[in-house]
Design a binder for this molecule. Structure first.
Ligand code: ADQ
Length: 499
């Protein structure tokens, strides 16, 4: 799937349909024969690709191109991609507006205040309806459709109205907030009804699933909610004659793939080169994030500045490398956040650097997988300090990329990953002094202790990788009486989670 094709609407013949805001490809270049597409990196596509291939699968999503964007293309024999068009206004209102200026901050503890705008909501409804129509047109009779994330929370109900024969799963990648926050949303009942169109609603953490069940109890009759403490499924909701299952399925990374990449010669050499470039004798702290106000980049920089100020770190012996992927750049809070971060980097380097030796290396860019793996391998301390995060894959990627058992992971308690990666150095990033202390501890961690911690983290990740995640969700969605969606691979997840 290196140069994937995007197909036009065709026959309803897919047994397994993934519906996500984005297709797992991006436009590489415009050649004489039309657009060339490149596969976008990401765990979701690696996890789902084998299933898409085995089960006559299709993936429906926006292709990421501007107005009218349905790129031409022919069916791809292996993985069929199907573009859902969005125009510029819809991108602004449905994506940047309702998804990322209303839902994103509301679901992340209101780190910044969400905006509620009726026009954006109408656009969100229209676009969700379009995604539902496209999914309905792709799905074979009795197919399974897996809808992804907060941009598409109305799709399950809309799709069910169009195609009552299909089985529908929904997975939320971001946190689900406590009811008292969610209830601020003017369109709260519609969103809940939208989700309840699914047969299985998956959250990252049990806490998110419980928040949702509490909310349903408040908004609908209490007796509609039942308990089902079976494997990952934590509760059920009765909707008419249907039963909707609600559970927790923590997402993960392709641990084996990353380990292989990180253990390879190219990555090891590049990691050595990075260390040489930054100064052999210096300790390297690393941050890798989308430039998002939920990721706690500013807090991390402030904490590092404090360590430089009180002498627990100095530019000559410590360097912080912060890689920040450009993200949602037209949304106001993202612009403000970028300005704040860049001003702070400038301030720190101005105050504590000297010619040829700055304490912070800040790159506002996306790096490729090899470079990312090399950075993970070069780091002495990985800083993952979000104020709130559904899971955080960077933390898991770092662990997967350290077969040498080196490196210390500083991890926010407010990242979903903290519930599994309990042997990391856990920290409350809202508490500046604690963050400084934990960063200082990480810089001086006893190597034997560090290796023991890393060993345990890696053991967990080997069992709970992204393939385990996809299998456990799809097995739970398959449910009793419908037969499993997956062949029995011997993975315990396939056997354990049949509800
Ligand atoms: P994100 O908020 O995007 O995901 P995260 O889970 O950390 O956050 O995933 C980011 C991905 O982008 C990682 O795979 C990382 O390697 C990559 N990345 C980040 N910065 C990069 C850079 N500069 N260059 C290259 N790659 C970079 C949402 C939720 C998370 C949840 C995931 C998956 O917000 O909580 O873990 O979905 O469910």
């Amino acid at each position: 799937m290196d140069t994937p094709r995007i197909r036009q609407p065709g026959a309803a013949d897919a047994d397994f349909v993934v519906v996500a805001n984005r297709l797992p490809v991006h436009l590489d270049s415009q050649g004489p024969d039309g657009p060339r597409w490149r596969r976008s990196p990401g765990g979701l596509v690696s996890a789902l690709e084998p299933i898409l291939r085995a089960r006559r699968g299709a993936w429906a999503g926006w292709a990421g191109t501007a107005a009218g964007g349905t790129p031409a293309g022919l069916p791809d024999e292996d993985v069929r991609l199907h573009a859902v068009p969005l125009d510029e206004t819809e991108y602004r209102e449905y994506y940047e507006g309702f998804s990322n200026t209303t839902l994103w901050p509301l679901f992340h503890d209101v780190v910044v205040p969400p905006d509620f705008d009726r026009g954006w909501w109408q656009s969100y409804q229209r676009v969700n309806q379009r995604f539902a129509r496209h999914a309905a047109a792709l799905a074979a009779p009795g197919a399974t459709v897996w809808v992804q994330d907060y941009q598409l929370m109305l799709v399950p109900e809309m799709l069910r109205a169009l195609r009552p024969d299909v089985r529908i799963g929904f997975f939320l990648h971001i946190p689900f907030p406590p009811p008292e926050l969610f209830l601020q949303l003017p369109w709260r009942s519609q969103i809940v009804d939208g989700l309840l169109g699914a047969d299985l609603i998956g959250f990252q953490l049990p806490g998110g699933a419980q928040n949702f069940l509490h909310l349903v109890r408040r908004l609908r009759r209490a007796e509609s909610v039942g308990h089902a403490a079976r494997s990952a499924v934590l509760g059920t909701v009765r909707v008419g004659d249907r039963e909707v299952r609600v559970g927790a399925f923590p997402i993960s990374v392709d641990a084996a793939g990353l380990e292989e990449l990180a253990g390879g010669r190219t990555v090891r050499e590049r990691a050595r080169q990075i260390r040489r470039q930054l100064g052999e004798h210096r300790r390297i702290m690393l941050g890798v994030d989308r430039l998002d106000y939920t990721k706690g980049i500013d807090q991390r920089l402030r904490a590092f500045e404090g360590l430089l100020a009180d002498g627990r770190a100095a530019a000559r012996d410590t360097v912080l490398v912060q890689i920040a992927t450009p993200s949602r750049e037209r949304v106001e809070h993202y612009r403000l956040q970028r300005a704040r971060i860049e001003a702070r980097v400038g301030h720190i380097n101005g105050a504590f650097g000297q010619v040829g030796q700055v304490p912070v290396h800040y790159l506002h860019t996306t790096v490729d997988r090899t470079e990312l793996a090399a950075l993970y391998r070069a780091a002495d301390v990985m800083l993952v300090t979000p104020l709130r995060d559904g899971m955080n894959l960077v933390a898991k990627e770092f662990v997967a990329a350290r077969p040498d058992l080196g490196g210390a992971l500083v991890l926010s308690e407010f990242a979903g990953a903290a519930q599994e990666l309990t042997r990391a150095l856990l920290v409350n990033p809202h508490h500046l002094h604690e963050l400084q202390d934990v960063m200082a501890t990480a810089l001086t961690l006893d190597p034997a202790d560090g290796r023991r911690r890393m060993e345990e983290l890696r053991r967990h990740l080997r069992e709970r990788d992204v393939h385990h995640w996809a299998r456990s969700f799809l097995t739970a969605l398959g449910g009793a009486g419908h037969g499993s969606l997956l062949p029995d691979t011997g993975d315990p997840a396939t056997r354990a989670n049949v509800a």
